[in-house]
Design a protein around this ligand. Structure first.
Ligand code: SF4
Length: 453
């Protein structure tokens, strides 16, 4: 028998508890254990006026933003709809069934205003990282570093030539941030080469074809990761330039030590970080073993002797060539001693022209030069240390561990869906990368720390 059609009757009173309707194994319940936002209110208090209409609760805004980043909801408009409709998200945001959800436009006002001025996103990231340390997820001995390109919110079709761009009369927030970062090494001041193309919407974003695809405007997100459990110990935004990415890793290592007293024994990274100054900084100034391939252009492809065929003797500070002759920096004594180091930190060791003229090996050594010359970096001992490490079994193990950093970037783009920024300007990129890294660490905590029975 066909049952009767049920007509919905609006009840006058409900007895409904959100707590009972959020599954025990739901991700928001798992991460909620690690979020303590009590300090947020007092931290933000100086950034609110004491008069006027009360604002939206900042804790609610942060909780909603966390839902967005943890669950990969990139649109703020959709986030508001999801929090409105999803019981688990309402529970996480401490909203009851009848509580109103803030309008999406409220987010941008707070993100570009009070939250940024108060450095709230970094504080939030560091609080979650502190929790990772307390839970024993951070070993602190082996770190990995890498960077990944994230598309900027700027169309590749709306680019202008750098030389043709003039500062507009009405300067947008993104343009002002670009002007403010012109001397910042993280955003290109470390490279003398100016970008050829520029986006009027987000001038600090770099036009790059580094992915081998069609060029686009992008920022780099830079991670410093503890390799024990792939916990992100620091994150920052830079232009997608090697010098900027190398420099920010140094900043992050120093910042992690100052804020959390973490002193890694080793840093694992790819060849992009294998420049002589970077290796010298790690070995000499920080006492960190570089598990990094050395950038080495000394090998010759034309069959003539490479630098490896010459032996360096630190005692005499001279190279010995395959013909048994010495290559030295200076063949005479100067009244004013010279360092012999050029602007790039390189020293030149030269053979005697007389030796080379008489040498039967000259066609294999320096057929087009009067005498052979060898370049040596002032950081060569650090490069040698890195070369020695690459021959060990520990290096092979570390290379596998480095994949954890790459996995975090894959997770960032595929699961958290952060393959294109929604905020413009260097500060927008920083805010988004901080929140995404916070979300990744929260998911790590939720996965590795079991919910007490
Ligand atoms: S050419 Fe000069 S540097 Fe080269 S092997 Fe002969 S003596 Fe040595």
């Amino acid at each position: 028998m066909m049952g009767p059609k049920k007509e919905t009757q609006a009840a006058l009173f409900y007895e409904f508890s959100l707590e009972d309707h959020v599954p025990a194994d739901h991700l928001v319940r798992a991460i909620d254990r690690f979020i303590a936002l009590d300090a947020i209110r007092s931290h933000l208090a100086p950034f609110y006026s004491t008069i006027g209409r009360p604002s939206i609760d900042p804790e609610l805004m942060i909780r909603m933003l966390l839902v967005g980043y943890v669950m990969g909801i990139r649109s703020e408009r959709r986030l508001c709809e999801e929090v409105h409709l999803n019981l688990a998200y309402r529970w996480f945001c401490r909203l009851d069934l009848t509580d109103a959800v803030p309008d999406h436009s409220t987010f941008s006002k707070n993100r570009h205003g009070r939250f940024r001025e108060s450095d709230l996103f970094r504080q939030l990231f560091e609080e979650v990282l502190s929790r990772c340390i307390v839970e024993g997820l951070v070993g602190g001995s082996s770190f990995g570093a890498d960077a990944s390109l994230i598309k900027a919110d700027a169309s590749r079709y709306a680019k202008v030539e750098r030389a043709d761009w003039v500062v507009p009369e009405a300067v947008t927030r993104a343009t002002q941030e670009y002007l403010d970062t012109l001397d910042d090494a993280a955003f290109g001041a470390s490279t003398p080469v100016e970008p050829k193309a520029l986006s009027p919407a987000d001038p600090a974003a770099r036009y790059t074809g580094a992915n081998g695809d069609r060029p686009f405007f992008a920022y780099s997100t830079n991670y410093l990761v503890d390799l024990d459990n792939a916990v992100i110990v620091d994150v920052d935004a830079t232009a997608p330039i090697r010098q900027a990415e190398t420099g920010i890793v140094q900043d992050m290592i120093v910042r992690t030590r100052e804020r959390f007293d973490l002193h890694p024994d080793m840093l694992v990274a790819d060849t992009a970080y294998g420049s002589a100054p970077m290796l010298g900084w790690l070995v000499d100034e920080q006492g960190i073993d570089p598990y990094i391939p050395v950038i080495d252009k000394s090998e010759r492809k034309d069959g003539t002797f490479s630098r490896d065929d010459f032996t360096y003797d630190p005692g005499t500070d001279a190279y010995t060539c395959p013909g048994g002759r010495q290559l030295v920096q200076f063949r005479r004594t100067y009244t004013t001693p010279r360092s012999g180091v050029d602007a790039e930190g390189m020293m030149r060791y030269r053979a005697s022209k007389k030796d080379c003229d008489l040498c039967p090996l000259k066609p294999q050594c320096c057929p087009k030069e009067p005498a052979r010359k060898i370049l040596r970096s002032i950081h060569e001992h650090a490069r040698d240390r890195a070369r020695d490490i690459t021959k060990t079994d520990a290096y092979v193990t570390a290379s596998y561990a480095r994949k954890k950093v790459e996995m975090l970037f894959a997770h960032l783009k595929r699961i958290l869906k952060l393959d294109r920024l929604r905020l413009r300007g260097p500060n927008g990129a920083k805010d988004e990368f901080l929140m995404a890294a916070t979300a990744q660490n929260l998911r790590r905590l939720a996965k590795l720390v079991p919910i007490p029975a």
